[in-house]
Design a protein around this ligand. Structure first.
Ligand SMILES: Cc1cc2nc3c(=O)[nH]c(=O)nc-3n(C[C@H](O)[C@H](O)[C@H](O)COP(=O)(O)O)c2cc1C
Length: 352
């Protein structure tokens, strides 16, 4: 039903400013009554961090920054969602316009800069969702406020972690958005260590069971990427989300001068190469959530074969509509059977 509606309304939404279209679509989804959760075949189930994901296809961070539409994501058929980026205090983000469509490339460029309601409002919203019985796994992506001094950035991560981890199924430390000045510098191993020790100082051991992942940039060269993988293992992180948007343009065949992070089809190969490098370095010791340029089932499958245990999408949902989630799941099932795998987990890294 939702995918038929999207087909009708897509031309109207695409004729509006991209951020306005996003706001209209999200308000519509947030207002929907909770529907039945589609059931998925057992081959698509993934067990990670002692949790069960009913299928490996998730919603990437940024689409539902304020956690307003979880029941709708469940109804669309996602196996999990990543809300956020959530900052300690509410903030407006960068000046508009700050979101652009590159239709001929099936891509977006955004420089939103973490607009959001702040951790308190979002934590309460997720608590309410859980108490209403919304079953979908909810991960939360966390980041610092834009006006936080560099010396206090680690404290921002720790504050959101302390407030959000009791209500989240997993936490993603975002150190790779290109739209918060200086954020990507926190990918340096010694800075990752600073964030982790602030987090460990701020939360009780009791809460430390919430898996913590780190989200990285697709613009990393092999050497720093290798160092990040080693640091993630050494710091006891539970996984890596690869990747965020890219600041590259020509390298991915795009000539577009607006600043911001590029997502969608031009990112597919770059994200997959990063996933493959991580998998080759750390193998199954550090599960990967593969994200970047997944527009159809084949893209998701190749991210999985490169090493991703779960996958996520954002831009593919904008261009293809909510029906893409069902299409990806049934495509994955067909590919699994055709290639002779019994489960998604068995296929992870089989082409790394
Ligand atoms: C409009 C927009 C906003 C985004 N906001 C966030 C964000 O707040 N935090 C984050 O970690 N990633 C954010 N992302 C990045 C996505 O989560 C994802 O990593 C990236 O878009 C690549 O996936 P895709 O090609 O499927 O879109 C955003 C992406 C877009 C297009």
């Amino acid at each position: 039903m939702l995918s038929a509606l999207y087909k009708v309304f897509r031309p109207i939404l695409f004729s509006c400013d991209a951020e306005l279209a996003h706001r209209i679509a999200l308000s519509f989804l947030a207002a929907l009554p909770p529907g039945a959760r589609p059931s998925d075949p057992p081959e698509l189930r993934v067990r990670l961090w002692d949790r069960e994901f009913i299928n490996p296809v998730g919603l990437a961070a940024g689409m539902d920054k304020n956690a307003v539409a979880a029941p709708a994501w469940q109804r669309v058929g996602f196996g999990f969602v990543e809300m956020g980026t959530v900052t300690p205090r509410p903030q407006p983000g960068n000046r508009q316009p700050r979101l652009f469509r590159l239709k001929e490339h099936r891509a977006l460029v955004n420089r939103l800069g973490f607009p959001g309601d702040g951790m308190e409002a979002i934590a309460r919203r997720i608590e309410r969702l859980k108490s209403r019985g919304v079953a979908i796994s909810i991960g939360v992506n966390i980041g610092p406020n834009k006006n936080t001094l560099e010396s206090d950035v680690a404290r921002d991560y720790a504050a959101v972690m302390a407030r959000i981890s009791p209500v989240a199924d997993f936490i993603v430390i975002n150190i790779s958005s290109p739209n918060t000045p200086g954020l990507r510098d926190w990918q340096a191993p010694e800075r990752m260590r600073t964030i982790l020790s602030a987090i460990n100082g701020a939360i009780s051991q009791k809460l430390r069971h919430t898996p913590i992942l780190v989200k990285i940039s697709p613009d990393l060269e092999p050497e720093p990427l290798g160092q990040i993988c080693d640091a993630a293992l050494e710091l006891g992180l539970d996984g890596i989300v690869a990747t965020n948007t890219t600041i590259a343009r020509e390298a991915v065949g795009i000539n577009f001068s607006e600043a911001g992070g590029l997502s969608g089809a031009p990112l597919t190969e770059r994200s997959r190469a990063i996933i493959r490098q991580i998998y080759r370095r750390v193998g199954p010791k550090l599960p990967i959530i593969g994200v970047g340029g997944i527009m159809n089932a084949e893209d998701a499958w190749e991210h999985i074969r490169a090493g991703a245990s779960l996958v996520e999408l954002y831009t593919g949902l904008i261009y293809e509509g909510p029906g893409v989630v069902t299409a990806i799941k049934s495509g994955l099932l067909g590919l699994l059977r055709r290639e002779g795998f019994r489960s998604i987990s068995e296929a992870v890294g089989s082409k790394a």
